[in-house]
Design a protein around this ligand. Structure first.
Ligand SMILES: Nc1ncnc2c1ncn2[C@@H]1O[C@H](COP(=O)(O)OP(=O)(O)O)[C@@H](O)[C@H]1O
Ligand SMILES: [Mg+2]
Length: 325
């Protein structure tokens, strides 16, 4: 089997905007615009970018929780966009998602036992009573929750514990790939590290592959082997995380990463303050979408959208006038 568990080609998601009394289409947001990337089996690809740049839309499109407008999502060698409902159900078992808000994503009227059993019932896994019980205890053990959690309700747990329940629910169907959509952003800083470390341990133990979406670049740098940067629906740079901090070629990536404080003396990067607001995704600027905020922009940047440049096998970017290293 190929080294890549996931290959995404020219993925697009366009949300039409309707208005007026007739509800006619008055515009559209290209939330995900021609995005291509791969994820290797067993790795974590981090996904970063300012709020509204399309991270959640991309993550959900990969599982077809949002139906992509066009493009291919090839999972284990199969384009899942072509699958019918039955094929997709089988595929969902292999592809799971963990959401940002562990409060909103657990049914308050169900016990933890019920919450964790539901996905196994849907997929007819561990069906016998004893077998199911053993599996439930195993899941609790994997996310480090006590056995007596099974008969309790979500409100009896803290935010960090609830996110552990969501992780256990995702693990219940034995997935290979998990989209983690800002899984620690809603948690207290003190418990963020515990949940991130738990995810890393589970990845090693179970051989999982992650797409890890996050706002916090320090968390992303810590957990990811590679990082992808999005700006207004476009993936503008991808590289190994160690490469991205000092060796970003796209000015936007450089600005984003310059905000991370580094303790190494003498290696301080000057913080770059971005001027101007993010342009409206309904009406992005001509040329490179970043050009109005870019200090390196040339006439070409104001006219043509840049194609991909391959810096190396692991490093790609889209920029006409990149940072010189
Ligand atoms: N259901 C929707 N209908 C219309 N626009 C949407 C919808 N979902 C997201 N968007 C728009 O798509 C863009 C990307 O949103 P999102 O994927 O949530 O970004 P992020 O997760 O990076 O904050 C935003 O401009 C957002 O307003
Ligand atoms: Mg989001």
């Amino acid at each position: 089997m190929s080294d890549n568990i996931l290959e995404v080609r020219n993925l697009c998601k366009r949300f039409p905007i309707k208005g007026g009394i007739l509800g006619r289409e008055i515009g559209a947001v290209n939330a995900v615009n021609n995005v291509s990337f791969t994820i290797k089996r067993g790795e974590t690809l981090g996904l970063v970018g300012e709020s509204g740049c399309g991270k959640t839309t991309l993550g959900r499109s990969l599982l077809r929780l949002i139906e992509p407008t066009s493009g291919e999502v090839i999972f284990n060698g199969k384009n899942i966009i072509d699958l019918d409902a039955n094929g997709m159900r089988e595929m969902r078992r292999k592809m799971q998602i963990i959401f940002q808000d562990p409060y909103a994503s657990l049914n308050p009227r169900m016990t933890i036992g019920g919450i964790l059993s539901e996905p196994m019932e849907i997929h007819n896994l561990f069906p016998g009573k004893e077998e199911r019980k053993k599996r439930l205890y195993q899941l609790l053990d994997q996310v480090q929750l006590p056995k007596d959690a099974l008969n309790k309700y979500p409100h009896e747990f803290s935010g960090g514990q609830r996110q552990r329940i969501c992780i256990a629910r995702a693990l219940a169907v034995e997935p290979e790939f998990i989209v983690c959509d800002e899984p620690v952003s809603a948690l207290d800083v003190s418990v963020q590290a515990q949940v991130v470390n738990l995810l890393m341990d589970l990845q090693k133990e179970l051989g999982l592959t992650f797409l890890f979406i996050a706002h916090d670049l320090k968390v992303v740098e810590y957990i990811s082997s590679r990082v992808a940067v999005m700006y207004l629906g476009n993936m503008i740079e991808v590289a190994e995380s160690s490469e991205l901090y000092g060796g970003a070629r796209h000015p936007y990536t450089k600005a984003l990463f310059s905000a991370i404080p580094k303790p190494t003396p003498g290696k301080k990067m000057d913080r770059i303050l971005l001027e101007g607001d993010i342009p409206s995704p309904m009406n992005p600027p001509q040329g490179c979408h970043f050009n109005p905020r870019c200090w390196n922009a040339t006439d070409k940047c104001r006219q043509e959208y840049p194609e991909v440049t391959n810096e190396s096998e692991t490093h790609q970017y889209k920029c006409h006038n990149p940072i010189t290293l």
